[in-house]
Design a protein around this ligand. Sequence first.
Ligand SMILES: Nc1nc2c(c(=O)[nH]1)N[C@H]1C(S)=C(S)[C@@H](COP(=O)(O)OP(=O)(O)OC[C@H]3O[C@@H](n4cnc5c(=O)[nH]c(N)nc54)[C@H](O)[C@@H]3O)O[C@H]1N2
Ligand SMILES: Nc1nc2c(c(=O)[nH]1)N[C@H]1C(S)=C(S)[C@@H](COP(=O)(O)OP(=O)(O)OC[C@H]3O[C@@H](n4cnc5c(=O)[nH]c(N)nc54)[C@H](O)[C@@H]3O)O[C@H]1N2
Ligand code: SF4
Ligand SMILES: [Mo]
Length: 748
Amino acid sequence: MLSIPESTIPESTNPESTTSPGICRICSAHCGVLATVTDGRLTKVTGDPDNPMFLGYTCAKGRALPEIHNNPARLLHSQKRQPDGTYAPVESERAMDEIADRLRDLIEQHGPRSVAMYLGTNGLPYPASPLMANAFLRGIESPMFFTANTIDQPGKQIALAAHGHWLGGDINFNEADSWMLVGTNPIVSKAIGIPGQNPAQRIKDAIGRGMKLIVIDPRRSQTAARAAIHIQPRPGEDVPILAAMINLIIRENLCDTEFLEPNVVGFDKLAEAVSAFTPEYVAERADIPAQQLIDAAHLFATYGTRPGMVNCGTGANFAMHGSLLEYLALCLTTICGRWQRAGEPVTRPNTLMPAYTAKAQALAPYEGWGYGEQLRVRGLTDTVSGMPTAALADEILLEGEGQVKALICIGGNPMAAWPDQRKTQRAMETLDLLVTLDTEMSLTSRLADYVIAPMMQMETPAMTQGSELIKYYAAGTGIPAAYAQYAPRLVAPPESSDLVEEWKFFLGLAKRMDLTLFFVNFFGGGGGRYMESPPIVLTMDRNTDLTTEELFAEMCATARIPLDEVSSHPHGKIFDVEAMVEDADADCEARLDIGNDHLLSDLAATLAEDFRSARNNTEFPYRLIPRRHANFMNSSGTGLAKLHRGKPYNPAYMHPDTIAALGLRNGDAVTIASPHDSIPAVLEADDTLRADVIAMHHAFGGLTTEDAEFRSRGSNVGRLVPTDIEYDTITGLPRQGNIPVSVTACGV
Ligand SMILES: Nc1nc2c(c(=O)[nH]1)N[C@H]1C(S)=C(S)[C@@H](COP(=O)(O)OP(=O)(O)OC[C@H]3O[C@@H](n4cnc5c(=O)[nH]c(N)nc54)[C@H](O)[C@@H]3O)O[C@H]1N2
Ligand SMILES: Nc1nc2c(c(=O)[nH]1)N[C@H]1C(S)=C(S)[C@@H](COP(=O)(O)OP(=O)(O)OC[C@H]3O[C@@H](n4cnc5c(=O)[nH]c(N)nc54)[C@H](O)[C@@H]3O)O[C@H]1N2
Ligand code: SF4
Ligand SMILES: [Mo]
């Protein structure tokens, strides 16, 4: 039975203004907010003081939701490219007719593999959208489902597959005495390590309680500024640093042997593999004091009565050895026994996800890569982290059997965010059919045949299930409490608009193509991640007629707390769930593996790297590293004055002494060149950086022909990144960080 009624926009006694609780889903924190609708328009979004999880917290992005909704650049009608290259509105039902026809033709001529899909970050706000998109692709029997995950931190799932999962789950940050963060800045990103629900407050509380934080970052980031130990290394040296810490902890017998003995295999292999990573060797490589490395290892291994975990972020993952890095982070966590144990509370007990019994035991490693669909380039395959997105442009450009001819992009922006922007643009222009689902004429939409205009956040029902489930992708993510919120539609789409909900677009295509779809809850794609409970499968065909609210109710049919119970607490609720980690099964033989041969042989290979001559690269003397912008979610929002505050570009941040040594000045225009390509940029002094490093936000800039507009659009960092020279051989993730670059005045 349906528990959630189809929501109608609230009628208020005061017709002018209504304020209701809602959920911002711009990022995975999913803050509970208060949304004010005045005369049918979203006019104000603020924090919700009555939300027990967020206690009034929001960030600048969430508070800009009215400007995002009412943005004059927002598409109110789907668009179709005309023969002369301009765009004209097309009725959404008609667009579906035409797209279904073209897909049918392409599949008939070239087979189902010719149709690919790419899911970007704006799948997250609409929980049914990625799942229906994936069901559609399976419906046409194409294996070509790609997501932003494989240009993000795919090593997290690879590492979990190689190491196994601890079924007792994560330690609770809010109770821990120490924590280590490697190349992540959760105070800004709300993504990893420090819980994303108001991370600045969480870390303040934690430090007040006595927590000691170790942060490894070439920049004194907002998070590093709060660290007890901030290691500020050369970028790209995180693998040696973690190996050295493991080495020290093993040599000094600081491991949790009681935990290791019954739960873990591979210890001797790990000990052998890290043995060459002495503090002195790594200190020289990473250009850090050896004593600081030793102090950090000691702090992590011995400080406090409830010591914490280690989590890595994008900065560290982009440096080519992401899978190995994430594996070493799990190994370090495991040798110190940093998992929740029998008799302790379950940190992430699930609320809109199914209840389960957490057990103090291992789930054995499983096959993580090298199976399934083979790509036609670089020997890459499908993996537990999904198909390698960095190879999709090649699959579009490479002629022959299996060539991709049609691409559907959902809430993603390849032209802004994929590596090798020039190749990406060639690929987008080569496609027979490019469809984007986007709220504006994004860079990618400007190359599309059809742009489908979707409803936006507050025009659709919302729930926190998606924020909960990210814990299955990685340690240190997800909601650390039995918290959930549901919010109905809060505002009607603008008058005379023609907007579709994305999942209905895919069901609409399927109906026209007479497909029966199997909608699988929880995971839209990407294979064999572990979950305790079986997913829900819904069969959908041309007779299916569901509201989004009904679909949400189906998706939550196995929730620990029923959706109607959750929805009866409009400000969200932390439920009283007594979930404790139970003892291991008596017959459990599964073990975590810290001696994976494949990954440890990669570690041996890093020893052979000639770091001294790489350091003395006079042609490309600096290293370009990534960092997130507090006011934008990747490319989203960069055009909004309220968010860019007069600076619509992404500066090249550089240490003031380095700028001066180059004879340049703050604000100068420069050319940043990598061995692959170059971009223009504007220099900005930033003394939080190492002197040999430049930091830039990604996903800015125009098309490849629009470099002259760099002061109004910014510059595309992905342009500097080749996809096929240096990459993680398992996931295909290219070296998107630690990029060797030169900086020269460009006199604009
Ligand atoms: N060089 C470099 N490259 C990187 C990174 C880096 O740090 N450096 N980071 C990588 C990472 S971690 C990621 S996740 C990827 C991101 O890659 P993508 O997800 O492909 O990029 P986004 O810019 O997040 O794309 C978001 C798109 O969604 C649209 N949008 C906004 N709101 C809505 C909405 O409500 N509905 C719909 N349908 N669309 C909407 C925006 O207009 C935009 O076009 O980039 C990766 N690329
Ligand atoms: N405001 C905001 N929030 C976001 C996003 C956004 O665009 N804006 N994007 C979202 C997305 S898609 C993701 S994936 C997450 C990412 O979340 P995070 O991984 O936390 O990303 P960043 O905030 O860029 O933090 C990366 C840090 O790594 C450091 N770093 C760079 N190179 C290296 C290196 O080689 N080694 C080490 N140790 N550190 C290095 C950088 O200086 C930076 O401080 O954030 C999400 N949240
Ligand atoms: S932290 Fe994320 S979810 Fe919260 S208001 Fe900001 S963008 Fe929205
Ligand atoms: Mo990401």
